[in-house]
Design a protein around this ligand. Sequence first.
Ligand SMILES: Cc1cc2nc3c(=O)[nH]c(=O)nc-3n(C[C@H](O)[C@H](O)[C@H](O)COP(=O)(O)OP(=O)(O)OC[C@H]3O[C@@H](n4cnc5c(N)ncnc54)[C@H](O)[C@@H]3O)c2cc1C
Length: 452
Amino acid sequence: MYDPIKDPIPPADQTLPNSYWASDASNKRSPLNYRQLQGHEQSDVVIIGAGYTGLSCALELSQKYNVSCTVVEANQPGWGCSGRNGGFVLPGTGRLSVQQMTKRWNKKTSQNIYAEYLRSIATVKGFIADGIECDDTAGGYLKLAHKPSLVSSLHDQARALSDDYGDSIIALTKADIAAEYLSGTPAYGGIYYPNAIGINPWLFCQGLAKRVEQAGASIFGASPVISCERKQSKHIVRTELGSIEAKTLIVATNAYGQRRLHPVLTDRTFPVVSSIIVTEPLNQEQLMRISMKAGLMVMDTRALKYYYRVLPDNRLLFGGRGAVYGKDADNKKYLNALKQGLFATFPQLSDIDISHFWSGWVSVSLDDSPRIFHDKSENMLYSAGYCGAGLAFSIQAGKRLAQLLVEPNTLPDLPYWKTPLQRFPLAALRRPALRAFYAWEGIKNTITKQNR
Ligand SMILES: Cc1cc2nc3c(=O)[nH]c(=O)nc-3n(C[C@H](O)[C@H](O)[C@H](O)COP(=O)(O)OP(=O)(O)OC[C@H]3O[C@@H](n4cnc5c(N)ncnc54)[C@H](O)[C@@H]3O)c2cc1C
């Protein structure tokens, strides 16, 4: 798999992401195929990357602010994370709980951030109501305690989110879960988010790209940006066969941009592999064995989480950590590790076959919080660092990027636009450190299992 830290530029010949979502098994709709950039183009704004962030920003700039913009994509829309994720539309981004955000800033800021999470979900639902097709399912999201000792803190969290953060989260006991949500796997307790929905993320991205085009912006595919230069007050973005000149540059490549794409972003995020398996469709008897509420999405509280959902065609999607390096991402070892996780969660499914396995890069920030930032000295903007939780949030972030450029004084008071992403010190040690972290978490999980 392409590796943003090691490879000089992303490939240009991979029209579709390697995921179940874009496969014929999932849908028979024809994928979009935007032409390659050739020759010289001019635009007010050039956006690099046609995932949710870049497309949502392009749509807002064209539709709301009437700014001319051009999106340039290495492959085709949704080739990155936006066509590979689990499709969990959840309130949240980064890795900070509301308690941690209160500690870092204060309670008001923590509440303002959570209000933005809720707006993110409303934004996604708004697009769906407005006709973006994405095989959406309303089943809610269940966060499961992976140890009995975590149940009470999860329940405290549910209370706080409902009383002070404008959400309506339900605290569940072991018996509640078994009766109504999931009885095929042991559970100690958890909390339930009724407003969360599941989607086909790649299809959603295709719908967003079509809206961008209808709004008058241009999209170029199969055109990885090789270099970004500044000439007087203009940006020149170059691809193999063309270039785009623009007043403003927006980098929306999240974890997929190559390390040297733009000096402002070098080593400000850490691309980490996340992987997913999808099974063959479960038959009625197998569905009964796991007895999951229709459309339910589940995640546990481990540092290295597993997450799963039953898809509209009754396949089980199961995700978790992947390899450390891109070159190893497709190795069977990581498929087998996820299979083991799946069978440990649902031993009664050990006869099921796996039909799809893929990986993608998530972008981790140094302080566990994303940024939507305008570097005014360079007149470039970016949004990145969602830490693997960015489906809903990146769509909202794209809108905020446009607002940050055109009318920054109207933005709500959130920390995201106040400081840039922090650069990773000792960036070369990120991967050895990740490998050590995985080994340590593996030991902790073994000890937890032995103590049960
Ligand atoms: C396996 C996996 C599961 C996930 N599950 C969930 C989930 O269930 N829920 C959730 O909230 N989040 C999830 N996420 C995270 C979520 O998918 C991302 O946060 C979100 O898609 C980020 O969107 P984006 O537009 O910022 O980035 P991307 O979708 O990655 O888009 C970046 C684009 O930039 C392009 N690009 C990069 N370099 C260049 C270049 N040099 N020239 C031109 N184009 C370039 C890439 O080709 C890519 O299309 C998951 C991620 C992964 C990998």
